[in-house]
Write a protein that binds this ligand. Structure first.
Ligand code: COA
Ligand code: ZN
Length: 303
């Protein structure tokens, strides 16, 4: 059994995108550089989106121009359209992520397009990335439930997976955008997905801890054979278009659990905990991550 799990850090994108107060560019750069020193191999650093839709991401190009990039780390960005993909190429991103929603209602709120139009954008974005020799990952949001539409039929997600496979994508993230998935659902759906498409395309999970099911869903994903997980340092996060959206699963809590379970991540947990504390300092408030407060399980206290 392969016990090497890949973590994609999304704190400086998903984590901070819905914060009201603008985080100054140098502090974003500081957080990214600290994350780059933890052993993380993939960092979704920012997004290239309409700054009126997501003001926090307005300085994406500037952040990427200033950040000291650690060799071996893939710096990735979310892009909603071709314009965003072109900006991402200009910023020399290593990989772009194109998201569409399984829910029509949510997709329209998020990118003001139908799901079909988003699929067309995904094809064009992939061409832009292919031409530049840049990796392109797909993502299907609200794959396990939508705050506007409720249950999402599995068949709808499967149809979208087919479309991404047809478009030549080789990696797809399934996202529980607002923390509605339960562990049995994750294990069942991902089991089916990996059975049907696992030999053609790699799958990862993007989980939110909105209702406290985040880490249980990681275990369910592991049971189904998933080996890539998105997470956000200190558990920062939330989508500006998702009511009451809470943070992503916390990176350090996830890494701590994985290490305790005998999985390898290549990440230095103690350094990561320091970065979670830095994130609290930058945001100026207590953040949801738990291990940074309790300390790792193996850290004994004086009797
Ligand atoms: N980056 C920067 N600016 C962009 C842009 C991008 N990727 N895409 C469009 N714009 C600009 C256009 O140039 C135009 O500017 P102008 O008014 O000065 O001429 C303006 O935005 C409107 O363009 P339009 O194509 O009509 O876009 P829209 O207003 O319908 O918005 C999106 C569509 C997709 C650009 C916008 O909804 C968006 O950025 N969404 C991102 C959502 C997100 O990040 N969600 C969280 C992650 S799941
Ligand atoms: Zn998310």
């Amino acid at each position: 059994m392969n016990r090497e799990i890949s973590i994609r850090e999304v704190g400086t994108r998903d984590g901070i995108q819905s914060l009201g107060a603008f985080i100054d560019t140098p502090r974003k750069v500081e957080l990214l550089e600290a994350l780059g020193d933890t052993g993380l191999r993939r960092i979704e650093a920012t997004s290239f989106v309409n700054p009126r839709a997501v003001p926090q991401m307005a300085d994406a190009s500037e952040v990427m121009a200033h950040v000291r990039r650690r060799p071996g780390v893939s710096y990735e960005a979310l892009v909603p359209n071709v314009r965003g993909a072109q900006d991402a190429m200009a910023a020399r991103m290593d990989s772009v992520l194109v998201v569409l929603m399984a829910s029509e209602a949510f997709n329209r709120k998020n990118v003001r397009m139908s799901v079909d139009d988003s699929l067309a954008q995904s094809a064009s974005i992939k061409s832009v990335a292919d031409e530049a020799g840049v990796r392109c990952t797909g993502a299907i949001g609200t794959a396990f439930g939508c705050p506007y539409e409720g249950d999402i039929p599995e068949g709808r997600v499967f149809d979208l997976i087919e479309r991404f496979v047809d478009l030549g994508f080789d990696e797809l993230m399934l996202a529980d955008t607002t923390g509605m998935a339960n562990p049995l659902q994750i294990e069942h759906t991902l089991g089916t997905v990996l059975d049907r498409w696992g030999d053609r395309i790699a799958f990862g999970l993007h989980l939110h801890n909105t209702r406290g099911m985040g880490l249980a869903n990681v275990v369910a994903g592991l049971n189904a054979g998933v080996m890539t997980f998105d997470a956000s340092v200190a558990g920062i996060g939330g989508c500006p278009f998702a009511p009451q959206a809470a943070g992503n699963i916390s990176t350090e809590d996830t890494v701590h659990m994985l290490h305790e379970m005998g999985y390898a991540t290549g990440i230095d947990l103690e350094r990561l905990i320091e970065v979670a504390r830095l994130a609290q300092d930058i945001l100026g408030r207590e953040l949801p991550g738990q291990v940074m407060k309790a300390g790792p399980r193996w850290q004994l206290h004086a009797a």
